[in-house]
Design a protein around this ligand. Structure first.
Ligand SMILES: [Zn+2]
Ligand SMILES: [Zn+2]
Length: 499
């Protein structure tokens, strides 16, 4: 049978691309089945009264299995964390909503009524004790990294102190990542300022003792201007903030660090991270347990990871929450993250299951091999064999080391940073952009964050010295970059060409 539309591609494609209705059946709330709905979440309708219970259950489902040190105890016994709580606050919608909900669910002081009658077992029963001994909010200001940006620390501090009087406010700055006095304060191991040489993929480290010393803001700016692409800058800032928060959590004896990442932001972060070579740590985007040493274990949880931006907006609107907003640094829109964001948000508008499908699919992925330590830059699991993999996808040559990448007899042996970096961080530092970020060739010397300046841990001392690495047969060989002419290239890759 031939239908009328056959042969008319425009009619056919229209039929395929018809938008689904915003809600499935009726406009009545699917929970109470009485009220008229006020918000549609993935085709399901909820009323204003049932919406808080929905958010409440989503947050508790994500967070509570991870509160007690031993997860199996969480359901039956009372919730009791082994340390304090640190909530990260960016000023954006997600963290504003997160802080509000966490304080309503876990931190609201008991009312007289509750204390007198409604608390099962009374106020002193462990069930009715606070889950965390102390709770702090941490804000990281990035303004010093970019001339002309507004510093919002004072404004945010004022708003938070007014609203959350009992919580401690910790203010950090992005340049703390290059500040030895901050590093001392959070209990970091002794370290010296160091730089990495970006002209070589081995990223040789040099101490800055011989060069003029820069202050932390100058080091931060020099770090940003040395990065090769806008994507690298976005990724680097995100990583610096994350690691600053991790060390702050450790110094405040926190067992939990909460981030205000919504389902929408999580999906964007997943796709953007995978596209930049972060596939090995795809799990850590949703949940991570950071163990930098034998005595520290901090759980990084994103309790809003099942709540979309739309739900966050409705919550903020209905509860009159003040969202300060995050200022974008110049040209942030040119990176992969911003492009991914535009794409996914555009898709979500017509297909409201997009972000949950991305998050659910990624949660089923797992790396094939065990990690061999932590990346010295991002503190995430380090996958084995990064260099071997990179060597297979690039041209290399064996033979005598050249002066370009070998230390001469008189100078000290150079140490390479590369073996201590995950694939994603190495790609971030070595990605090439013919124009450079500002149109000029990028500065070749990259100041290292304080945590990366210390002696690499968990790896053999011999790995990564002067660009020499054992190959598969245990022989040492040297890799170098050079330009070769088309004929020579044809000989090298001849076996792989299809006739
Ligand atoms: Zn309802
Ligand atoms: Zn890394």
């Amino acid at each position: 049978m031939v239908s009328e539309s056959c042969g008319n591609p425009s009619v056919e494609s229209e039929a395929i691309m018809t938008r689904r209705p915003k809600h499935d059946k009726s406009k009545i709330c699917i929970k109470c089945k009485v009220n008229t709905g006020a918000i549609v979440i993935r085709h399901a309708v909820y009323c204003k009264e049932c919406f808080p219970a929905l958010l409440n259950s989503k947050i508790r489902r994500i967070l509570e299995p991870h509160i007690n040190a031993k997860p199996e105890l969480s359901r039956k016994k009372s919730l009791k964390a082994s340390g304090n709580l640190l909530v990260a606050f960016s000023g954006g919608l997600g963290s504003t909503v997160l802080l509000d909900l966490i304080s309503r669910i876990y931190l609201s002081p008991w009312t007289e009524e509750e204390v007198e009658g409604n608390l099962k077992g009374g106020k002193d029963h462990p069930r009715n004790q606070p889950v965390w001994k102390s709770v702090s909010i941490c804000y990281v200001e990035i303004a010093s990294g970019f001339p002309g940006m507004t510093d919002k620390t004072m404004k945010i501090q004022q708003i938070l102190r007014e609203k959350y009087k009992t919580l401690e406010f910790i203010s950090l700055r992005l340049e703390d990542a290059f500040d030895m006095s901050w590093w001392d304060k959070v209990g970091g191991k002794a370290a010296l300022d160091a730089n990495a040489d970006l002209t070589n993929d081995e990223l040789f480290i040099s101490s800055t003792l011989t060069t003029p010393t820069l202050n932390p803001v100058e080091r931060l700016r020099s770090y940003i201007s040395a990065l090769p692409t806008h994507t690298a800058i976005e990724n680097a800032i995100h990583t610096l903030i994350r690691v600053l928060l991790l060390y702050t959590a450790r110094s405040t004896q926190s067992s939990h660090l909460l981030l205000g990442t919504s389902l929408t932001s999580l999906s964007i972060r997943l796709i953007s991270s995978i596209s930049q070579g972060g596939g090995f740590s795809v799990w850590e985007e949703a949940y991570e347990e950071w163990k930098p040493d034998s005595t520290t274990a901090i759980r990084v949880i994103r309790p809003l990871q099942e709540v979309t931006t739309k739900e966050c907006s409705m919550w903020a609107w209905w509860n009159g929450l003040l969202v300060v907003g995050q200022e974008k640094y110049p040209r942030a829109k040119e990176g992969i993250y911003a492009l991914t964001k535009d794409f996914i948000i555009g898709l979500e508008r017509d297909y409201p299951s997009t972000v949950s499908t991305i998050a659910r699919t990624c949660s089923k992925l797992a790396p094939k091999v065990e990690a061999v330590g932590l990346c010295i830059f991002c503190e995430r699991p380090l996958q084995p064999g990064v260099q071997l993999w990179k060597s297979r996808i690039s041209l290399r040559e064996t033979g005598q080391p050249t002066t370009a990448s070998r230390s001469s007899d008189s100078s000290p042996v150079l140490q390479s940073l590369t073996p201590y970096l995950c694939y994603s961080c190495h790609t971030m530092l070595t990605s090439r952009n013919s124009k450079g970020v500002s149109g000029n060739p990028a500065s070749p010397s990259l100041p290292l964050p304080v945590w990366a300046s210390i002696h690499p841990r968990g790896l053999s001392d011999d790995v990564g010295r002067s660009g020499m690495q054992p190959d598969l047969n245990g022989n040492e060989e040297l890799w170098l970059r050079r330009k070769i002419d088309p004929d020579e290239m044809k000989v090298v890759i001849g076996d792989f060409l299809l006739e």
